[in-house]
Design a binder for this molecule. Structure first.
Ligand code: P6P
Length: 320
């Protein structure tokens, strides 16, 4: 029986790797750890709890129908981050503007509290994605500049996947580490230390319904994957597709389309955190021409094309 190591123990053991003051990383990740368990509990009973299942009847800034679990998860993360004191402001997919906490925290968070939530009602895996940045502004509350930092400035990034098991995967720039929730004790336990993604892969994830919108180069790449008899896998839930590719090797593509001329996925709380994770695991993430992590944000909810996964696959796509 290998020694069980909890997320809390692991963070303490590795806190010397965290650039800033001792203990701050542990506090920063605690909110995600706790909220992840609570969201997991609601996700697992979504089919049963009438008050959770189905749409909330409201729309978020993206004009997307908010599912009740979206709102529950967003409110929960915001409540826990506010009370924990390290984070002074949050940019969330579910909020038009920055959510400010009056707590003098030195960090800001960007998050997609529940990505892929349209999949809840059909029992498909969904996920939380988050990034943590150090504040730049010095006023009594955070400023837009704190959220306009490039992805290279992230001090930590992670996701929680609510799937056949619930996992929290994060990086602080010193490798990628995966923890699986043991529901019998309500604890995230180290299950995937120092995760690396295969340099090459044979899985491609793309919504081929948009094929005729894609650039000729993307269309040629997808055709080439088929000629190589690769596996097409598209769950329609970014965190689930990303996590599978991270583990097995593969590429996820969400290029620009007619409906989404700048791509569908958001730079601040989808592309950047996953790009930091995939690079730390030896993979690559681009918008088709630039490295995702070097893109300079100009808006909270700006979108970007996202091509992310095994290095050899992304490099080949870029060459086309
Ligand atoms: P499409 C879910 O809405 C999401 O943001 C990602 O989780 C997912 O990969 C993508 O959009 C699916 O988009 O247009 O293929 O349905």
């Amino acid at each position: 029986m290998s020694q069980v190591k909890t997320l809390a123990e692991f963070i303490v053991e590795r806190q010397h790797e965290f650039t800033y003051a001792t203990g701050e990383l542990s506090q920063l990740l605690t909110s995600f750890r706790l909220a992840g368990k609570m969201v997991n509990r609601e996700v697992n009973k979504a089919g049963l709890a009438e008050d959770i299942l189905g749409a909330q009847g409201t729309e978020n800034v993206q004009g997307e129908q908010q599912q009740k679990l979206d709102v529950y998860a967003n409110d929960l993360f915001i409540r826990l981050l506010r009370s924990q004191g390290m984070v002074c402001a949050v940019a969330s997919e579910e909020n038009d503007d920055i959510v400010h906490f009056d707590n003098g925290g030195k960090y800001v968070v960007t998050m997609d509290p529940l990505d892929g939530s349209s999949n809840i009602d059909v029992n498909v895996s969904i996920g939380t994605i988050f990034s943590i940045y150090r504040r730049l502004s010095t006023g009594d509350k955070a400023a837009m500049e704190d959220f306009m930092q490039p992805g290279t400035a992230q001090v930590a990034a992670g996701y929680i996947i609510y799937g056949s098991s619930t996992m929290l995967v994060y990086t602080t720039g010193h490798g990628v580490h995966g923890f699986t929730l043991d529901p019998s004790i309500g604890t995230f336990c180290l299950s995937h230390p120092d995760m690396t993604t295969p340099a090459d892969g044979s899985i491609f994830s793309v919504n081929e319904g948009n094929l005729h919108d894609f650039s000729p180069g993307i269309q040629r790449y997808i055709d080439d994957c088929k000629k190589q008899r690769m596996s097409a896998r598209y769950i329609g839930s970014l965190v689930a597709d990303f996590h599978r590719n991270l583990m097995k090797g593969g590429i996820y593509l969400y290029p620009a389309t007619a409906k989404a001329p700048k791509g569908k996925l958001r730079l601040l709380y989808e592309a950047n955190p996953l790009a930091m994770i995939v690079e730390q695991a030896g993979g690559m993430a681009t918008d088709g021409s630039a490295r995702i992590l070097e893109l300079k944000p100009t808006e909270l909810h700006q979108r970007t094309p996202l091509l992310i996964g095994s290095k050899a696959m992304v490099e080949k796509l870029r060459s086309m």
